[in-house]
Design a protein around this ligand. Structure first.
Ligand code: 5GP
Length: 175
């Protein structure tokens, strides 16, 4: 198994700083409730919040539409819900990747029904080639080509989440 580096650690960190500055401007006079989506967004969430300057509260939620392989099962599971009431709060969902858009479409609907004051989405990656359910991404770090990527929170069968960069996963035997 070979990993080709696709987004370097330096590139990721400087882009996250830019995104955080945008978020700081947009929420300058507000408090922000962050909902990080586990497992994939744990690293992006942690790096992003370090640069935020408004009062922040933070929770994680777990929802997925993927199994262990590289192909979507097309079904969404909410494995862990948030505990707080987000009514009247400014909520920012922090996600690892928008691929088909299914996860975020269902998740945004679910959280929107809880009547937050506002609901926005920050996504680390977006793969436009595979989009089936249109999702508005308010803060996007990187748009990427149609590769199965790993690292910086993203896994293949549970592995590689700890890598500080994003790589392209190529199974053994692939050129
Ligand atoms: P969607 O519902 O948008 O199709 O899929 C979103 C979820 O699929 C992501 O949160 C992520 O867990 C998984 N996913 C989609 N594309 C990739 C990819 O290229 N690499 C990895 N590791 N996970 C992916």
């Amino acid at each position: 198994m070979a990993i080709d580096i696709y987004l370097s650690q330096e590139k990721i960190q400087s882009r996250i700083l830019e995104l955080a500055q945008e978020i700081n401007k947009d929420y300058a006079d507000k408090s922000l409730h962050i909902i990080g989506i586990l497992n994939g967004a744990f690293m992006f969430t942690a790096d992003l919040v370090r640069h935020l300057t408004m009062p922040v509260t933070l929770e994680f939620m777990s929802a997925s539409s993927y199994g262990d392989g590289t192909v979507s099962t097309g079904e969404l599971k909410i494995n862990l819900d948030i505990k707080s009431d987000i009514r009247s709060k400014h909520v920012l969902i922090v996600e690892d990747i928008v691929d088909t858009g299914l996860t975020l479409t269902v998740l945004k609907k679910n959280l929107g029904n809880r009547k937050p004051a506002s609901l926005k989405l920050a996504s680390f990656l977006f793969k436009p080639a595979r989009l089936e359910h249109k999702v508005d991404i308010d803060y996007l770090a990187f748009e990427i080509e149609d590769h199965f990527v790993i690292g910086y929170g993203l896994d293949y069968a549970g592995r590689y989440r700890e890598l500080p960069y994003v790589g392209i996963y190529r199974p053994e035997g692939d050129a």
